[in-house]
Ligand binder design. Structure first.
Ligand SMILES: [Zn+2]
Length: 123
């Protein structure tokens, strides 16, 4: 038996709903950090159903393993989010600024070298 891991993009937290927990209680579908909740209809119709199907698949895989003494496989699910590195936006912006500063520095050096080559500056 597995457990259900939920990610809240609102605050960036993850929480786990274990089998010992009441899946139909509002707490199961509510972020313990920021208090935002998954829609109760979506929770019942989609999330719990998908979790149950995944549980059944893993039970079948376990049965295959014990009957054939072959390799045990388990399946999980990794969501493909639209912006997986969203939290790194600030770091990317900072790097972009640094690159722009480096470009400006290179342009300044280039103009100094050109002036030196053209004899504007006397050393
Ligand atoms: Zn949250």
């Amino acid at each position: 038996m597995g457990h259900l891991k939920i990610h809240c993009d609102g605050c960036g937290s993850d929480w786990i709903v274990y089998h010992r927990d009441d899946f139909h209680d509002w707490k199961a579908r509510t972020c313990p950090v920021c208090g935002k909740s998954i829609d109760p209809g979506t929770w019942d119709r989609q999330v719990l159903r998908a979790f149950g199907e995944m549980e059944d698949a893993n039970l079948e895989l376990m049965k295959d393993h014990t009957q054939s003494h072959g390799t045990l496989f388990t399946v999980g699910y990794v969501p493909d989010v639209i912006f997986p590195n969203k939290e790194n936006t600030e770091a990317v912006d900072q790097l972009r600024e640094e690159v722009e500063d480096l470009k400006d520095g290179i342009d300044n050096l280039r103009s100094i070298v050109e002036k030196l080559i053209n004899g504007v500056f006397q050393i």
